[in-house]
Design a protein around this ligand. Structure first.
Ligand code: SF4
Length: 257
């Protein structure tokens, strides 16, 4: 396993964060309707990333903790009934002190269901109790094969797998998210190896697997940033391939949607 990378910029601490944007009515980032904070900063370079404008930590809007809490306050009563809050990115654990405190205060003040959308690469930087205010982790694992993961993301998969094991040890409910990319992450043997890992080393804390078919909705951002978009021309997976991938998980007793 390679050493855990440090945050890409000095730790802004728990009272100041860098926020890309918020979304008030997301229906795909956890159970029910979600208020989503998209945080800046990510050390991965996923070829299909639809938010490359979140990669640079300092590229986000600098907000105080009070300002971040004020964003969600008007919606809190509705969210308590309808869903909750999700912190996403970018990679939210790049700003672990701020995000941990934000989740803790949202939980204490509004009593909302909380979800963290992460690829888990930096999990070793935080103590177990950092996860206490997190009700659900949406864990993104991009590929199980180490070499293919590195080709797809620029980083090693081992820390993400370690995060999955740790969340299982903590008994933390988890949804695993898997982006299905033809030629990059749709090999049946790789998916089967991931499914075996989840069955054997994660177990019942894993509530579901979400198969996310490749799309190109973020391609324009790569162009705006002057970055080459390597997946130009890669088609989305066929309905048959998506179903075959779901079946690999189902054969191991894992719900995949
Ligand atoms: S982990 Fe997420 S934000 Fe980071 S590069 Fe990959 S898709 Fe983009």
């Amino acid at each position: 396993m390679e050493p855990i990378a440090p945050s890409p910029a000095p730790d802004p601490g728990a009272e100041v964060g860098f926020l890309h944007s918020v979304e008030t009515g997301a229906a795909v980032d956890g159970p029910g309707m979600r208020f989503v904070y998209f945080m800046n900063g990510c050390m991965f370079r996923c070829l299909y990333c639809h938010n490359p404008d979140t990669w640079k930590l300092g590229g986000g809007r600098r907000v105080s903790m009070a300002e971040a809490l004020a964003e969600i306050a008007p919606y809190a009563r509705f969210l308590k009934r309808a869903g909750g809050v999700t912190v996403s990115g970018g990679e939210p654990m790049v700003q672990a002190p701020f995000v941990g405190e934000l989740l803790r205060r949202i939980k204490a003040r509004f009593g909302l269901h909380t979800a963290l959308d992460t690829q888990g690469y930096l999990h070793a930087n935080v103590a177990d109790d950092w996860f206490d205010p997190v009700d659900l982790v949406l864990l993104d694992i991009k590929q199980f094969d180490p070499a293919k993961h590195r080709a797809l993301t620029g980083k090693d998969v081992a820390p993400s797998l370690g995060c999955a094991r740790r969340l299982a040890r903590l008994g933390k409910p988890m949804w695993l998210r898997y982006v299905l990319v033809p030629g990059w992450s749709d090999d049946a043997a790789d998916v089967a190896a991931l499914a075996d890992f989840l069955r054997d080393e994660v177990g019942p804390t894993l509530e579901r697997v979400e198969i996310l078919p490749l799309h190109h909705l973020g391609a324009f951002k790569w162009k705006e940033l002057g970055l080459p978009y390597a997946l130009d021309g890669t088609p989305p997976p066929s309905p048959e391939r998506i179903q075959a991938t779901r079946d690999i998980f189902a054969a191991r007793g894992i719900l995949a949607i």
